[in-house]
Design a protein around this ligand. Structure first.
Ligand SMILES: [Zn+2]
Ligand SMILES: [Zn+2]
Length: 270
């Protein structure tokens, strides 16, 4: 089964846990919900799987397929990354200690062999520690990215299930995080402007209103093939009067934002 990307509406994105959209490269979670019809991440409670968007029970945890609950997405990578970095730091400390001892011994006994050993230890130890720390950092970043994308997908789906709008408190309950954290995520999405904006009701309640992404049309012949990501975008929307289709202009803006996102992610080394 496949679905349209929750960010850019690119079709098809295969169902599953952590599947990357070939167009905007967002990671997507969950299979289609039978009640709200959305591909939304799941939440696990008492060994049963629920839809984060509408709360519908999707079945038992041991049922069909692997469910990655929203509060677990990215966590193994984040923990693994931190552990690897700690290991790297410890490795560096041990190397430093060993090199110091061997150097002292080399000086005390005027031994060239011990001196050479100290140099070798210092080289291999620091290279190993560096690799561990770099690998750990990368793993941690992957985990953070997965968590961010899953949370975005969950709040967007939850907003749609609530008629298009969601408050920070509601999003916090969906994501099982503090309201401030949910508010920061929603504010970031609203700031991007393409998918949501802020509305304040007469009662002073701040709501985040989600709109549908401009659809990405894919010709049937290219739909089956993976998109390689080569695309030509005009930096300035075509300003001629006959082509000022607001949908097209919006699409171009979304495309540019994705390109920027891709660049920042590439720069981060993902
Ligand atoms: Zn996409
Ligand atoms: Zn649902």
């Amino acid at each position: 089964m496949a679905h349209a990307c929750y960010v850019c509406s690119f079709y098809p994105v295969p169902d599953g846990e952590g599947v990357e959209c070939p167009h905007c490269h967002r990671l997507q979670y969950g299979t289609k919900c039978p009640r709200c019809g959305q591909n939304a991440p799941t939440r696990v409670k008492d060994f049963r799987v629920f839809c984060t968007a509408c709360g519908f029970e999707r079945g038992a945890l041991s049922g069909n397929g692997i469910a990655m609950p929203i509060n677990m997405v990215g966590k193994p990578s984040q923990f693994g990354g931190i552990a690897t970095r700690v290991l790297g730091t410890a490795g560096l400390a041990v190397t430093l200690l060993l090199v110091t001892f061997v150097t002292i011994a080399a000086v005390a006994y005027s031994s060239t062999i011990l001196g050479a050993l100290a140099v070798l230890l210092a080289t291999f130890g620091s290279v190993a520690a560096f690799l561990l720390m770099r690998g750990g950092k990368k793993l941690q970043q992957q985990g953070e990215r997965a968590q961010h994308d899953a949370r975005e997908q969950a709040v967007a789906a939850a907003a749609k299930a609530r008629g298009g709008a969601i408050t920070a408190a509601e999003a916090a309950a969906v994501l099982e995080v503090h309201v401030a954290e949910a508010d920061a995520l929603l504010t970031a999405i609203a700031k991007e402007g393409a998918r949501a904006h802020v509305e304040i009701s007469n009662e002073g309640v701040v709501k985040y209103v989600f709109h549908d992404a401009a659809p990405v049309h894919v010709a049937p012949t290219t739909a089956a093939q993976p998109v390689t990501g080569v695309r030509v975008d005009t930096q300035t929307p075509v300003a001629t009067s006959q082509s000022a289709d607001p949908k097209q202009v919006a699409q171009q803006r979304v495309d540019r934002e994705f390109e920027e996102l891709k660049k920042t992610r590439a720069a981060k080394g993902d």
